[in-house]
Structures are given as C-alpha cells and as structure tokens.
Design a protein around this ligand. Sequence first.
Ligand code: NAI
Length: 341
Amino acid sequence: MKYKVVLVPGDGIGPEVAAAACDILKAANAPIEWVQALAGVAALEAGEKELLPASTIAAIREHRVALKGPCTTPVGGGFSSVNVAMRKTLDLYGAVRPVRSLAGVKTRFENVDLVVVRENTEGLYAGIENEITQGVVTSVKVATRQACLRIADFAFRYAVHRNRKKVSVFHKANIMKLSDGMFIRCAREVHDAKYQQIVYEELIIDAACMRLVQDPTRFDVLLMENLYGDVISDLCAGLVGGLGVVPGANLGENCAIFEAVHGSAPDIAGKGIANPLAITMSAVMMLNYIAEMHGDAAVAATATRIRGAYDRALQEGCRTRDLGGELSTRQFADAVIARLG
Ligand code: NAI
C-alpha cells in the first residue's frame, strides 16, 4: 500500500532540495507515491497562466497531503504570493515550525526546543492594500474572532498532544488594540475554558524578541498572528543554525502542506550547495502526519529512522556550507542515506 502525496518542487533551490529529500525517503522505503504538480515561476515557465494552477490545488485537495519546495513570488508584475494564496485557498490556517538545537550544529545556544505556531490566513497577509490618494497607501490588517479562536485552539491542542507545557502569545495589543487585542483575548478565553493544564503567558512582541535572543530555552510553544509568525520563524531559525535546518507544516481540517521555512534562495540556486535538511525534516513531519492519520506504525518507524540518520550524519560532522561544512546537496543526502541502517 502506497500513500499518494503531491510533490511541488517549487523554484530556485526547491527542485534540488526536493529531489534530495525524495531520494532519502525512497532509500528508507517510505511507502509514498509522488503526484507531481507545479507552482510558482516553474508553473509559468511550463506554460501555465497562473503561479498557482487550479490543477495543483485540485491535486492537493484530492490527495490531502503535499510536500512543497519554496516558490518565488516575482516582485511587482501584479502577482500575489503563491504561498499565501495556497494557504488561503486550502484554508491551511495553522503553521507549525519546530525549532530545535541539533547535535553537531554549533550555535550560541544549546537545548533550544520550541515551536512557532502561526496563524496563516489573516493579518496583514489578507493583501488588502489601497492607494487612497497619490503617495498615501493603506494596508489592512484583518482579524476575525473565528480565526483567532481557531488558531488558539489549534496551538493548545498541539501543546497537549505533544506534551508541551507552556504557550506564549506574542502580540502588539498595546498599539493594535482591536486586532491584536482580540487575538490575545481569544487565546486567553480558549486557554481558560479548555487548557488550564498548559501554562499561559502573553508577551509584547518587541520585548519577546529580546528575550528570545537572550535565552530561547525559556520558550516552549509560541503563538502569534501571520506577519509576526513569518518574522519570528526566521529569527528562531537563526538560533539553531539558520534556514537550512527548520521545517514546517501548514495544516487545515482537510489537507496539509509540508515545507521548509526558507525561500527559494536565488543567490545559491542551481549551484547544488543548498541544505536539503529543512525539507527532509518537513518530509519526516509529513510521514508522522500520515502515520497518525492512517494509524500506520510502520510509517512512523520510517520517519524515526530518517530522523536518526540525519541526526547521526550531523553528529559525525556531515554538513553543507550554510552550517560551515563542505558537502553539496547531493553529498549530504548520500550521507543521510548511508546512515539509514
Ligand atoms: P530565502 O529563505 O530564500 O534566503 C535567505 C538566505 O538564506 C539566502 O542567503 C539563502 O541562500 C539562505 N538559504 C535559504 N535556504 C537555504 C538552504 N536550504 N540552504 C542554504 N542556504 C539557504 O529568503 P529570500 O531571499 O528572502 O526569498 C527568496 C524568494 O523565496 C522570494 O521570492 C520569496 O518570496 C520566496 N519565499 C518563499 C517561501 C516559500 O515558498 N515558503 C518562504 C520564504 C520566501
């Protein structure tokens, strides 16, 4: 029995790192059958009219799980972000980005183990911008009570399920009293009603950033709206080695897309030097998701094997250039495959 998963290689380094991750999954005998789909500049280059073809959305709706490489959104030219559009169209309202220290990746901190939970459908990413008169533009931040309650419940449920102890909400409700005010009120309401076993705190985001870079080990699950989640995810990646080592999942009620936090990295695309670890880690999250969805312990075991293999590879000094090593994308993937056991 094979699970059909949509593979969207994406742009820039996307196809390189996606190919490496697929090779690792194949070598581990993960029971996955890939359904190829296009998005981003790759879709335009293949003759599609849109960055996000309807056929790609239909494939993800049908198969319910996708592994995705990063997609470039051309600046200007009237294109809206393919990533934002994908998450909104499929209502993938919860982004989960686990950030953990890795043995063999030396950084300023040890024992970082936190998870960024980001609301994926609203905030300033609603994309409502107007030029109200020449030289004056407005950008509308959208917050609905329904979406705030939903993401809060998602974060607390995640915390309980993963045996996490604390949820910290980052906000700027001192300035954005209505929008961020509602976000924290909803989080508080959900916590008090259903999740009192989880420690709850609220932090104004500027001070929270200072605390994060002073001592990230005091944090556990972080909950925030869309833009803050985007920025804080990259900040947290910097605490554990950079964008090459942080995976992610975009989850909704009906489907899920797994992708690294990083973008298409045009500065290194085509050189074969990108770190394939973040998308491989995302693929491991995907296998665990499939395992839970289908109650398939063998798939969970495969995920654990792959995770063990890349942890060992890093511990034994196998590293791509972003981590101070010399391995190419391909060589790192081969090093992981050699340690699958
Ligand atoms: P980026 O994440 O692509 O790159 C930032 C820096 O990190 C670059 O120096 C890059 O070389 C490095 N980097 C990123 N991933 C790496 C990896 N796996 N291995 C080694 N080094 C890595 O961010 P940037 O430059 O702001 O965005 C480039 C494009 O990506 C833009 O078009 C943006 O819209 C898109 N993007 C797409 C995302 C997605 O599809 N989920 C997420 C973020 C950005």
